[in-house]
Design a binder for this molecule. Structure first.
Ligand SMILES: N[C@@H](CCC(=O)N[C@@H](CS)C(=O)NCC(=O)O)C(=O)O
Length: 204
């Protein structure tokens, strides 16, 4: 069976979508309506992923893998020559996991309280400032380098790219003031695999 990526256009499933294209692994895309928890054919998304969120990746043996930061490493390890992740068991790999965890828990999930209609203006401002600080950490790490790791683009950059797309919508100072975040964002956005993923999801 071909790998199947359950995705929603513009959601964080963009990160494994980019990883699949960068790795050159064959896959099918299955669109999920997150509000209705339905697939395009009317199927129940909870039957695919009981957690009810994207991304989810159906593997060749039928198992379903969830959690974006883990899915992208699985994809990278399918094609070691693509160098989308350092070798397992190295400190470089642990450093990548450190980034993936930071991106998932501090950057990606940092948007939740800001976008939550139940957060009042003061709380939103607090979370905006905190998120801004987190993106400045990303910016500092990128000073003088093209990508987060030492060996070219990796899946951590693909995930960071997704969070920077979300940041763009917030009109955030970190993105406007940092000399490195915008070029990093544009460098990743210009990659053929990234362009192909955006086009397949109907995004710009
Ligand atoms: N812990 C999950 C969270 C994924 C996540 O937040 N997915 C969002 C889209 S970006 C979603 O599907 N939200 C719908 C929901 O939670 O019901 C991961 O890291 O992969």
């Amino acid at each position: 069976m071909t790998l199947k990526l359950y995705y929603t256009p513009g959601a964080c499933s963009l990160s494994p979508h980019i990883a699949l294209r960068e790795a050159g692994v064959p896959f099918d895309l299955v669109k999920v309506d997150l509000a209705a928890k339905k697939l395009e054919d009317g199927g129940d998304f909870f039957a695919v992923n009981p957690k009810g969120y994207v991304p989810a990746l159906r593997l060749e043996d039928g198992q379903v893998l969830t959690e974006g930061a883990v899915i992208v490493q699985y994809i990278a390890d399918l094609r070691p020559d693509s160098k989308l992740a350092p070798k397992q068991g190295t400190l470089a790999r642990v450093r990548q996991q450190e980034w993936l965890h930071f991106i998932a828990t501090e950057l990606h999930k940092g948007f939740g309280p800001i976008n939550n209609p139940k957060s009042g203006p003061e709380l939103k401002q607090f979370f905006r400032q905190r998120l801004d600080t987190r993106f400045r950490t990303l910016a500092s790490a990128l000073e003088g380098r093209e990508f987060l790791g030492d060996d070219g683009f990796t899946v951590a950059d693909g995930y960071a790219y997704y969070t920077l797309r979300s940041l763009r919508r917030l009109d955030a100072p970190a993105l406007k003031q940092s000399a490195v975040l915008r070029p990093y964002f544009e460098r990743i956005g210009a990659r053929p695999a990234v362009r192909a993923a955006l086009e397949a999801e109907g995004l710009q």
